[in-house]
Design a protein around this ligand. Structure first.
Ligand code: BEZ
Ligand code: FE
Length: 288
């Protein structure tokens, strides 16, 4: 077809595929082109707007490095990362949620009952629960890779004043699938907003805040890896997470416990005379 028009350009695009194109590549690219073309036709996209969009992508490319991936952040704030997660969630298993850019490799091992807050100030939060399969059986020996913000709202990789492993831990659940540790409450924080994603949020009148959360990667032999986060039910940003990560089953309650009631069996036992908070959260893994 020689004459390309606004109406036939999507069909022309499809006709250009080679005969040996992988069927899935053909399906995904055809759909992507159709939606892109419809988007331009529907909005009557102008040259200036098209250029502005490309400039945002160019800027994203310039500031993306191994520590910061602006393209992933763009996908996050557009809801694409969360949508892909949700499309592949397994009924009966704990929902997955965004990984984010602040996970660090080789987190330090933490025994069950260990303390992740180390020397940081703040009310103690006791976190415990079990890892189970979708039939309710314990997943003994599951590994939980855990990370969160420090009380200043920064992850260790953002903050030169923190040790790179602060508020990161790797715990192995016991034979009953139980895990337990102490920390301080994570806090709400803003996603990086000094690049093109920040400009897009601004232009849309959106804020860059995420509700506070604990991050987990839960792995066990024979099970699908679960990348998720757990949110407190009283966070002001719970209903407007800028990266759309909140799911009903990931919301839990921090329950205030009276002074003098801190239990035995923790690294901090005997050292927490004050009130503390406690949260219980179970993970359900689906078979691989
Ligand atoms: C995070 O939760 O660490 C995060 C997720 C998406 C974008 C930025 C940060
Ligand atoms: Fe986070």
């Amino acid at each position: 077809m020689r004459t390309v028009t606004p109406d036939n350009i999507t069909d022309v695009f499809t006709s250009y595929f080679g005969p040996d194109t992988d069927p899935r590549v053909r399906e995904v690219l055809t759909s992507l082109a159709r939606h892109l073309h419809d988007f331009a036709r529907e909005t009557r996209l102008t040259h200036a707007e098209w250029r502005k969009g490309l400039e945002a992508l160019e800027w994203a490319g310039r500031i993306t490095d191994p520590e910061r991936n602006e393209f992933v952040l763009l996908s996050d704030v557009m809801g694409l990362s969360s949508l892909v997660d949700m499309l592949h969630s397994v009924p009966g298993a704990t929902s997955s949620s965004v990984l984010g850019p602040f996970h660090v490799s080789n987190p330090p091992p933490l025994p069950i009952g260990g303390d992740m807050k180390r020397d940081f100030e703040g009310q103690v939060l006791l976190v415990e629960g079990h890892v189970r399969d979708t039939d309710g059986n314990p997943v003994g020996g599951a590994k939980l890779d855990i990370w969160q913000t420090a009380p200043n709202g920064m992850y260790s990789s953002q903050d030169p004043d923190q040790d790179i492993h602060s508020f990161h831990a790797l715990m192995t659940a016991d034979e009953n699938g139980r895990y337990a540790f102490t920390t301080v409450r994570p806090v709400s924080y803003t996603v990086p907003n000094d690049g093109p994603v920040g400009q897009i949020l601004d232009a849309a009148g959106r804020h860059p805040w995420r509700p506070s959360h604990l991050h987990y990667i839960v792995t066990a032999e024979g099970f699908r890896t679960l990348v998720t986060e757990v949110f407190p039910d009283d966070d002001p940003y719970l209903d407007q997470d800028t990266v759309f990560g909140v799911r009903d089953d990931l919301v839990m309650t921090y329950v205030e416990q009276p002074a003098g009631s801190f239990p035995e069996g923790f690294a901090l036992s005997g050292k927490v005379p004050d009130a503390y908070s406690r949260v219980e959260f179970d993970f359900v893994l689906s078979k691989a």
